[in-house]
Design a protein around this ligand. Structure first.
Ligand SMILES: Cc1cc2nc3c(=O)[nH]c(=O)nc-3n(C[C@H](O)[C@H](O)[C@H](O)COP(=O)(O)O)c2cc1C
Length: 321
């Protein structure tokens, strides 16, 4: 059976980009409910999965509703990727760690884009992109150890290595998709997105290309697709407090203003899901989402001072009412 879901998705593809500390199962389900075509996990350490996997396995749990769901891995040791992809597709082995209701992912993604110092210190994330030989070995190892599609997420440039040189160096590998964040490692997450490099990537990569960077509205998504000719876009910050951005980009509506009442309803649905999946931790993690949901509302700063202290679903309901 062909397990490459990427080729079956209707284009343009709208993906929830990976976001550590944000894109957990509750948030992914909310984005999916608004039409995200594919959702990425928070990045997970291939090394942690090789040595002490329980906590990471808990973090990566998903619901059937999220499919297609891609688990993103970071690391710098090929053998850790081999171990991680094998473990994450072995329900029997996972049951030994008491992870009930574990769902298999639809694919794996390898992180070559993260600029966080802690990750780079391990030789992983964007810094890895500048080591072509090791990058290739890691991708090949992941592909060789799973029958699920493997995708990668890269930057327009890291160190001396640009996206095109990187893609050229791995052209012999069967990579299903690439998400290109059109900013260099030096740029971090601000500044202009390089449309040209994403457009040129078509010349050296045969799989699905997702353009990423700066999509905050339907208009931005259209612009990014037009300028890059990509097969889809990855949306990260544009979905924070605005998961309905996926329905906006899909309907090409420039600005579909939601009433505060509608937004509160969505926030509450999100909070209920977060509590169901993670209990009190889920509620505490909701605090930042609640601040994003209420951004720009009249009187929001006063409301936010309360929202950052919520301890229960009841607190949230009272405040949002
Ligand atoms: C809170 C947060 C966490 C992120 N975590 C990851 C991650 O785990 N893996 C990754 O490849 N990129 C991560 N990113 C980068 C995003 O996936 C994306 O490439 C970047 O934010 C640019 O897209 P945007 O302009 O739509 O936000 C993260 C970004 C944010 C804001």
């Amino acid at each position: 059976m062909d397990k490459n879901f990427w080729g079956k998705l209707e284009k343009p593809i709208y993906a929830l980009a990976p976001m550590a500390g944000v894109a957990d199962s509750a948030f992914r389900q909310i984005c999916k409910s608004f039409g995200a075509d594919v959702v990425y996990s928070e990045m997970a350490s291939a090394t942690a999965l090789s040595y002490a996997p329980k906590k990471t396995l808990e973090m990566l749990k998903s619901s059937k509703k999220e499919a297609p769901y891609v688990i993103q891995l970071f690391g710098s040791k090929p053998e850790h990727f081999a171990h991680a992809v094998k473990l994450l597709t072995n329900k029997k082995q996972i049951s030994n760690f008491q992870i009930p209701n574990y769902q298999l992912p639809s694919g794996f993604d390898i992180n070559f884009g993260c600029s966080v110092k802690k990750v780079q210190k391990q030789g992983a994330g964007a810094i890895l992109m500048s080591n072509l030989k090791l990058s290739k070995e890691i991708i090949k190892t992941a592909i060789d150890n799973t029958d699920l599609p493997v995708s990668i997420k890269i930057r327009s440039k890291a160190g001396q290595v640009g996206a095109l040189k990187f893609l050229d160096s791995i052209s012999s590998l069967d990579i299903a998709a690439v998400m290109i964040h059109g900013r260099t490692l030096d740029q971090g997450s601000a500044g202009e997105v390089d449309f040209k490099v994403i457009k040129k990537a078509r010349g050296c990569f045969g799989g699905i290309i997702l353009a990423n960077g700066g999509v905050m509205s339907a208009e931005d998504a259209r612009n990014l697709l037009d300028k890059t000719g990509a097969d889809g876009v990855g949306i990260a910050r544009g979905a924070l407090g605005r998961p309905w951005i996926f329905s906006e980009v899909k309907s090409y509506k420039v600005c579909k203003v939601k009433s505060n009442r509608d937004i509160f309803k969505i926030a509450l649905r999100h909070a209920k899901l977060a509590e169901k999946l993670k209990g009190d931790v889920g509620i505490r993690e909701m605090r930042k989402h609640l601040c994003w949901y209420t951004q720009g509302m009249p009187g929001a700063s006063k409301l936010r001072r309360e929202l950052i202290k919520v301890e229960s679903l009841k607190d949230i309901k009272t405040l949002l009412k």
